[in-house]
Structures are given as structure tokens and as C-alpha cells.
Design a protein around this ligand. Structure first.
Ligand SMILES: [Fe+2]
Ligand SMILES: [Fe+2]
Length: 132
């Protein structure tokens, strides 16, 4: 069973958002699969891809928020920035060998993923769909 299970509850019906969320879920599942291995190079590589793709995704949502004139979009942006910083700090620790990636780290990502999609992202998607 996948660590992050892709199901109906995650789908927002804005294709670019759904595609990018699916990609992040896939990468997180790959990282989860690597957890038990000692393949540090591969762990660092996939972890870095998650951070890079996440930045692209946040830029995409930023653009969508502006184009659709979403009210109070600042708090959504702030959630993105805080989470990316948090994850980047974990990545830097793992990459430098200061810590090992743990299941708790991945659980943090999973919780954030579902909470954020079902919260801020759903508000954005519903706003786009209602105004298109
Ligand atoms: Fe978002
Ligand atoms: Fe998102």
C-alpha cells in the first residue's frame, strides 16, 4: 500500500493543481520506499526533487491566486513558505549527514499534504471553479 494514497478526497478538479499534487505524492512515496535502504545519494536526490517541484508548484498556485483574484491569499502563501522552509531545513540536515531521514519526517509531510490540500488548496480550487 502506498504511503500517501491517492484518492478522490485529494482531487480538486483544477488539472494543473491535481497533476502537481499527484507528482508530489509519487515522489514522497518514492522517498518512503528508500527509507529502509541506506542509499543516501538516492534519498538526497529524491528529497531535493520534492523541494524543487514544490517551489514550482507554489509558484503555480501563486499565479492562480493572483489571476483568480482570490481574497486573503496571503495566508495561503505564508503556509507555503513556512512549510518549504521547514522541509528545506530537514533536507539540509540530512544532506550534511547531521541527521537521518525518519518516518516521522515523512509523516510530517503526509499530514501537511492532506491538511493543506483539503484546506487552503480546496478554497483556491473552489474559487477558481466558481469564477470560471
Ligand atoms: Fe497551496
Ligand atoms: Fe497545492
Amino acid at each position: 500500500m502506498d504511503f500517501i494514497q491517492w484518492n478522490e478526497s485529494v482531487i480538486l478538479n483544477v488539472p494543473i493543481m491535481d497533476e502537481q499534487h499527484k507528482n508530489m505524492a509519487d515522489l514522497t512515496n518514492q522517498l518512503h520506499g528508500l527509507l529502509e535502504t541506506n542509499n543516501k545519494a538516492q534519498i538526497n536526490k529524491i528529497f531535493k526533487s520534492i523541494l524543487d517541484d514544490m517551489l514550482v508548484h507554489f509558484e503555480t498556485e501563486d499565479k492562480l491566486m493572483k489571476e483568480s483574484k482570490l481574497p486573503l491569499f496571503f495566508s495561503h502563501k505564508l503556509e507555503h513558505e513556512r512549510f518549504h522552509n521547514k522541509l528545506n531545513n530537514i533536507y539540509l540536515d540530512v544532506q550534511s549527514g547531521g541527521k537521518q531521514l525518519t518516518l516521522d519526517d515523512l509523516k510530517l509531510m503526509k499530514i501537511w499534504f492532506f491538511n493543506h490540500i483539503d484546506g487552503k488548496d480546496r478554497i483556491l480550487a473552489d474559487h477558481i471553479l466558481a469564477n470560471s
